[in-house]
Design a protein around this ligand. Sequence first.
Ligand SMILES: *Cc1c(COP(=O)(O)O)cnc(C)c1O
Length: 212
Amino acid sequence: MPTTPNILLARLDQLTQAMADYPTARLIVVSKNQPPEALLPLLQAGQRDFGENRVQEAADKWPALRARFPDLRLHLIGQLQRNKVVQAASLFDAIHSLDRPALADALAAVGYSRPVLIQVNLAAEPQKGGVLVADLPALITHSRDRLGLNLVGLMTIPPRGEDPTPYFQQLATLARQHQLPELSMGMSEDYPQALAAGASLIRVGSYVFAQD
Ligand SMILES: *Cc1c(COP(=O)(O)O)cnc(C)c1O
């Protein structure tokens, strides 16, 4: 059973209030695994930014919703395979998961001109996507300066079970060093800390859709 519209709207309200002190930050509602019926009340309430982590799921769900809400913005927040780049480029208004030069090449080859963020694996966790900190400068040079991608920021997911604040601060420092204005960080568990550290895009899923 999808979460009832009343609960969804109450959660959206709570998030809006939590973000009131950060007027430039934007909420991305992470809608993975959620049926279109659960997204309609949010769209009708004016929410416009949504995140998906799988290209195929986004292709199944979002074209019909976009026909009704043409100004919505869909963000790809999961890993992108090269063979899905053409499809992703036509679906997503921003890509948060650039993590390697070959993917930058593929995005440039299809003429992707919308905002791109590089995902950084700050703690070098083997199971996690993202470029290592040591390889970040080269990936920025390659994608922004050489290929001319519209690189706007950095994205990260801090390690589970650790204080996220030092990781958020490190991402903010890296973005500043490279003149990248957007910071995509903060999820249901840690968005308050992310906002305090300067997040411009928070990605919140389960907090919005949890049943209780
Ligand atoms: C699922 C997901 C989120 C949202 O996580 P919640 O804990 O449900 O808020 C944010 N970012 C990425 C990359 C995700 O895959």
